[in-house]
Design a protein around this ligand. Structure first.
Ligand SMILES: C[S@@+](CC[C@H](N)C(=O)[O-])C[C@H]1O[C@@H](n2cnc3c(N)ncnc32)[C@H](O)[C@@H]1O
Length: 354
């Protein structure tokens, strides 16, 4: 039994190592480049890959070896020429990379804050972490959101919440905690008659979103704490979204009350959250090892950013549906429903009216 456990630990180390190697390869554009200059019939040397990327060949060789031993790319029998299987290329390359591939890019930014997190755990340590401590957070997050939601956001999610016709005819929409704007841009380009406002608490997210606004006339981004939104917005929005941005607010209770205030009397609030049960035993049964990845993400990111004040609720990623429903009720919402949307496998969708 304990022998099996030791084997399990070895597997964990190997998978962690492969995950970091994937993230590094992705960051360096190594997969795109390798695919563009090689095939099973004509594999590429590390020098060829390195030259194309203007990188040091010795480092590129080592990373290619790690990826080949990890069965992410292929290597010839001499151990010095590499390629990517055809059927794996669309998973790792191009604008629509698979979410299971993209997820690996989260871990390096967690590694960056490892020692800070040790400090946060201490009784006399800081309350939590600031978003600015996470390198490339908004870019990583929008890449993840794209990988998770792009295929089904307009096709399945919008019809599921029953807002397709109203969005087509033209309504006013708010996205709370919009990050650098993936959902706003995606929806704005499909529904040109509607107007979209994205708010986020950090100026960095808003600056990045504004930098991508090129050509979109129906979007606006504002730096604003969702717990204290514009006073003139009462009863203003037909539709308010939160995409994965409730559980990592310090005072989501205040934000939800604000969303209730700014929603029109006949408006709809749609909140996309992580589909947790609030019970770690059940999460483990339902999600297996994936549940561990969610709790780990919570430890390294969602919990510390949502705990970063003396009055923070500190919900964490896996706070769970029952708690979510209660928070919505306490904020004045009615007709609260929790739905699943195709393609949003890790999420549940709360729908509610004023
Ligand atoms: C996990 S990210 C989600 C970003 C984006 N909605 C997405 O799905 O790609 C959470 C976002 O909530 C924002 N946020 C956290 N607390 C906030 C608050 N009190 N008011 C507004 N935005 C907040 C963060 O800056 C971050 O961009």
């Amino acid at each position: 039994m304990s022998e099996n456990f030791v084997k399990q630990l070895d597997q964990i180390v190997a998978h962690g190592a492969i995950s970091m190697s994937i993230a590094l390869g992705d960051k360096l554009n190594l997969f795109e480049t390798l695919a563009s200059i090689s095939s099973e019939e004509n594999p590429a040397t590390p020098d060829e890959v390195a030259n194309k990327l203007n990188l040091k060949p010795r480092y590129v060789r080592e990373l290619l070896c790690a990826l080949a031993c990890g069965e992410i790319i292929e290597v010839d029998k001499n151990g010095d020429k590499f390629w990517i299987k055809k059927e794996h290329q669309e998973i790792m390359i191009g604008p629509n990379k698979n979410k299971s591939f993209v997820k690996n890019s989260m871990f390096p930014s967690f590694g960056n804050v490892f020692h800070d997190i040790v400090g946060v755990f201490q009784k006399d340590g800081p309350y939590g972490m600031d978003y600015s401590s996470y390198t490339d957070f908004y870019e990583t997050m929008s890449t993840l959101s794209q990988a998770y939601h792009k295929k089904t956001l307009v096709k399945d999610f919008i019809p599921m919440i029953g807002m397709k016709e109203r969005l087509e005819s033209g309504i006013l929409v708010l996205d709370v905690g919009c990050g650098n704007g993936f959902h706003v841009f995606e929806l704005a380009s499909h529904f040109p008659n509607s107007r979209f406002i994205g708010v986020d608490i950090t100026q960095k997210a808003i600056d990045e979103a504004k930098g991508k606004t090129n050509g979109h006339k129906n979007v606006e981004f504002l730096c604003m704490d969702a717990a204290k939104m514009n006073e003139e917005w009462t009863n203003m929005f037909d539709l308010v979204f939160i995409f994965d941005a409730c559980h990592d607010q310090c005072r989501p209770d205040l934000s939800l009350k604000e969303i209730h205030r700014v929603l029109k009397p006949d408006g709809l609030f749609a909140m996309v959250e992580i589909d947790g049960t609030g019970n770690c035993y059940k999460d483990k049964q339902e999600k297996g090892l994936t549940a561990a990845a969610f709790y780990m993400t919570s430890v390294f990111h969602c919990l510390p950013v949502g705990s970063n004040s003396s009055d923070a609720l500190g919900l964490g990623t896996m706070w769970g549906i029952e708690r979510g429903k209660k928070l919505l009720q306490n904020s004045g919402f009615t007709n609260i429903k929790v739905e699943k949307s195709p393609g949003f496998e890790v999420n549940c969708v709360y729908l509610a009216n004023k």
